[in-house]
Write a new protein. Structure first.
Length: 574
């Protein structure tokens, strides 16, 4: 409480309008802080748009979260009726009343008792409301609905005077007030006065399009404060009201260079060896039966095995169908569900309008905080909106996920093996990576071929790969080019068999030639050895003759010298 007072004082010092947070998901973001403190806010709309639920949640959240007791003064429903109505939102009004955190006061207005005199005033209401406020020290007040307060009063002068007096009294009391009002024919309220004296006006609508209901919120005015001015879808469920400020996102989110696996090793190789960038958006498109869901499930499975959390939104099959079908190719998603890493949300697109689907997706993502999101298939959303509307919804979803650093994978159905406008115009230009699976019909067979159409920021293969779904999982194999083009399926297998047979025959022929060469080499080596032996014998004979001649010549020389010496000796004696 002290922190809140200090915050309000800081806002006043800074010249900013002090605001009271509503505690309603998304509404505080749109109003940039909440409703104006000490000023009245008008919530208007037609029957069934959620005025009472939004105002009671404002009171309950204020009491539970911000320690601000509140008074709810109802002119239609009694306290026990309100308690039953909001119990479905998880609010226990009776307990809050016992704890004196809130007070509910029902005021019955009987039209027949109202006299048309200029003396009509709200003094009795002020006394009653003032007592309720003082009894619990209320900081928040709701008056639901203001039309009943002025029922039967046709004097516009008195009506205008009393409405202004009521709003001024609430300001003087210093409470943050909500007044609910029903939509008029040509104005925001039936009297057409409340919207002029209110400091903040919120319009709620329950719009029906193609038999699909969508609740929308718009801030018509907010004195002294900037605020979101667009229409915002909101959802009412067991957790209360959730508003998605979908149009406030800008293209300023950070990007990551970290990569995550696609779940298929050969596909990672086609994508440069690492897979997809973390926080990127991926599209898998193809005709029916090409394996889009199998790729998405493999992607979810691989990242769950890596310890990442994944949320899977299915618009065509139930979780049990997907789990059963994936088990047939060796992917067990049920283990990840048990471990809390994987969560399925399955529904037909016609359950909600597009904006309501977006709010529901946003809410589940915010609660579960996943690393991976899968939407399978997004083209089914065409049943509840046009191509441009689906694209608008997906743009806001992609922006939100990129801002949160969450990787998203979409699957989309293409028709007649062409780039259908539902895929091309609606999705493919938005995503960072686009994989296209096509039917390849040849040799009396239907096979699958996968292309990487684009992958922003990373090198990738520009070739087609045959996509095989087997009992052991998913695999991409190289295709073969034959005389008639790309070979897949049995034609590829036959081509591989022929190549293997040719290689075997070629190997056998080479082996035979090698053995023949070896024999010839050995024969030649034997001949060379024989010639070498013969040469050595001849050489030895030649050397023998040469040595004999040398020896004979030496002996002759020795004999000659000896004869000469003998002759010299005889002459000397004489």
């Amino acid at each position: 409480m002290t922190k809140k007072i200090n915050k309000l004082q800081d806002q006043k010092k800074a010249g900013l309008l002090p605001k009271s947070r509503t505690g309603i998901n998304g509404l505080d973001e749109i109003t940039e802080g909440g409703l104006p403190v000490g000023r009245p806010t008008l919530i208007c709309g037609s029957a069934g748009c959620g005025k009472t639920l939004m105002s009671i949640e404002f009171i309950v959240r204020g009491a539970l979260i911000y320690n601000e007791p509140g008074v709810f003064m109802a002119f239609e429903e009694k306290a026990d009726e309100l308690a039953v109505n909001v119990a479905s939102l998880g609010f226990d009004l009776n307990q809050l009343i016992e704890d004196k955190l809130i007070r509910i006061d029902h005021v019955h207005i009987e039209r027949s008792e109202i006299e048309e005199t200029g003396e009509y005033d709200l003094e009795g209401l002020f006394i009653r409301l003032g007592y309720a406020i003082d009894s619990i020290g209320a900081k928040r007040v709701v008056l639901d609905t203001i039309e009943n307060l002025f029922a039967g009063l046709d004097n516009q002068t008195v009506l205008r005077s009393e409405i202004r007096r009521l709003f001024q009294w609430l300001k003087e009391k210093g409470v943050t007030a909500i007044i609910t009002g029903e939509r008029g024919d040509n104005s925001l309220t039936r009297q057409g006065l409340e919207e002029y004296v209110s400091d903040c006006v919120i319009l709620l609508e329950n719009r029906i399009s193609n038999q699909i209901s969508t609740r929308l919120l718009r801030i018509v005015k907010y004195r002294g404060s900037v605020h979101g001015t667009n229409e915002y879808p909101f959802l009412i469920d067991e957790d209360g009201i959730s508003v998605l400020p979908v149009t406030s996102l800008q293209l300023d989110s950070a990007v990551s260079t970290e990569s995550i696996s696609s779940g298929i090793a050969s596909l990672d190789t086609m994508l440069g060896g690492a897979g997809f960038y973390k926080g990127s958006s991926i599209l898998i498109s193809g005709t029916a039966g090409t394996g889009k869901t199998s790729i998405a499930s493999s992607f979810a499975n691989a990242n769950c095995l890596d310890g990442k959390k994944c949320i899977y939104f299915a618009f065509e099959e139930s979780p049990h169908q997907i789990i059963r079908n994936m088990r047939s190719i060796g992917i067990d998603l049920n283990n990840h569900i048990k471990s809390g890493l994987l969560e399925f949300h399955a529904s037909r697109p016609t359950l909600h309008g597009l904006e309501m689907h977006l709010v529901a997706i946003h809410k589940n993502i915010k609660r579960f905080k996943p690393d991976i999101v899968v939407l399978d298939p997004v083209t089914n959303l065409i049943t509840v909106g046009s191509v441009s509307e689906v694209k608008s919804m997906l743009i806001r979803l992609v922006d939100y996920l990129q801002n949160e650093g969450i990787t998203v994978m979409f699957t989309a159905l293409s028709l007649n093996n062409t780039f259908n406008e539902q895929t091309d115009e609606g999705i493919s230009s938005l995503v960072d990576a686009w994989l296209l699976i096509r039917d390849i019909e040849s040799n009396g067979e239907r096979n699958r071929g996968l292309y990487v159409m684009k992958s922003r920021g990373m090198g990738h293969s520009n070739q087609i790969r045959e996509f095989i779904i087997a009992d052991e999982g998913l695999e991409l194999v190289d295709v073969y080019l034959g005389p008639d083009g790309v070979l897949v399926g049995s034609a590829r297998e036959a081509h591989i068999l022929r190549e293997q047979t040719g290689q075997a025959l070629h190997g056998q022929a080479v082996s035979r030639k090698d053995r023949e060469i070896s024999r010839k080499r050995k024969l030649l080596e034997a001949k060379i050895a024989g010639l070498q032996t013969e040469f050595e014998s001849v050489e030895e004979e030649l050397n023998k003759v040469y040595l004999e001649e040398e020896l004979k010549h030496k002996i002759q020389e020795d004999n000659r010298r000896e004869m000469i010496e003998k002759r010299k000796s005889i002459k000397a004696k004489k």
